[in-house]
Design a protein around this ligand. Sequence first.
Ligand code: PHE
Length: 527
Amino acid sequence: MSTTTATREQWSGPLGFILAAAGSAVGLGNIWKFPYIVGENGGGAFVIVYLLCIAVIGAPVMMCEFALGRHTQRNPVGAFKALSPKSSILAHLVGLGVLLSGIFLLLFRCWGWGALLIGLGLLIIRHGWVLVGVMGVVAGFTILAFYSVVAGWTLGYVWKAISGQLAFTEVAAAKTHFGHFIQNPAWALGCHFTFMLLCVLIVYRGITAGIERWSKILMPLLVLIILALIIRSLTLPNAMVGVRFYLTPDFSKINTDSVLIALGQAFFSLSLGMGAMMTYGSYLDRKANLFTSTLSVVGLDTLIALIAGLAIFPAVFAQGFNPDAGPGLVFQVLPTVFNQIPLGAFWAFLFFVLLLIAALTSGISLLEVATAYFVDERGWPRRRAVVVVGGAIFILGSLCAISVSDWARLEWIHTGLVQIFGTTKASFFDTIDNLSSNWFLPLGGLFISLFTGWIWGTKYALDEIRHGSSNFGDVHLISLIAGLKDDPSHNASVHVVTLASLWGIFIRFISPVAVLIAFLHTIGWLG
Ligand code: PHE
């Protein structure tokens, strides 16, 4: 049984939708990850590469997701079900390829991987494109599992800032403190649980009363906090050294790896490739302008990522700390930095609240993908779906939380995995992170653009985008840019270059090829 479209909730207006989608996009990826990868990968030069990835691949794919979602008014699985042809040669070819690789691996006695690929190949041949939607729902589980663990740490640090436990004089002490914190079962699991509970409570209330309402409160708050932090950071003595470190382009650091990192980060940061944007798009009505919505979401996400660096690096440099602390930067270096400026505990508190808000609005979108699946496809009541899905993610996330500590209690799972798949010594946390970020998202993005470009067809997708956005498909691009779109002689009835024609080319050729190359490179089959 599935609920009918008539009873499906919708956003109350474009602002609510844009804030919710921007809330999904702006997350730990922007504030925790983006600044340190920019710092490590050539500063301003990396930013240019990242912006290119966003413009050429990120934004076009986001439009596909919005269009697919709004057209079908369904979760990712339902969306692909509704639009998939009875049989697709492309899907059969991919399935056959995977099946043959599985058989090949069995010949080499890689039993685990062989069996996995054979099973997967058969599934692809049987279910075709619908599996892309399934992968999205699965990614919702796996991403939120580790995401919520890190978000839990930020929650713990909010508390620590309030109770004055972050007054470190040296980074080494902050490091030890962080280590003890994440290895303490009560703290790690308690914070992870509380964060999941917050997500569940919001998604439980539904689209307008839950997700939209909270996005409208939390997103403006997030912007205010980040602005306050930037002002504080930039007015510290020596702040400009930090700005220079962050943004001075160093093109010698740009290589294939940094391009891949930029592309992967673009997908993760824009919440693309797993149907989060598709699901949010499915609660839209036909009046919304998908093109300007995409621009707003992409613009906000990129802006906040860029300025997060401005809040962090000047402070780090002003206090004479080492910026290459990588992932540990925010939990280890920053508390120590804050401790040295007046009212440090307050600034630390604000910073961790910022991270928490960013994580929360992303967490709810991840939870909503799987929830929407159970509501649309299985006919579950929303409340049951949220609680069951949230509970399952809590359990999976607990395994991640446990695996980064040294309890060694999950050793049996790990030994099992090593025996079956011959994997490396990565923790469960890293494995889940790697699987989601490096496999599910790029593959999802690849298939979403292939599907829109070649299976559903750019023409039908454009018909959908046209509702609410006629400039996109009907105005000559040059006339549009020149402001002459309303002049009849500049807007002939036969259009050659419109925004839509550029988008079509990106979707059919450029995005799939770029993502495929990036993907093959990441998994080590190229270069
Ligand atoms: N975009 C979020 C971030 O930057 C993460 C995310 C990925 C959220 C995929 C939803 C879907 O942190």
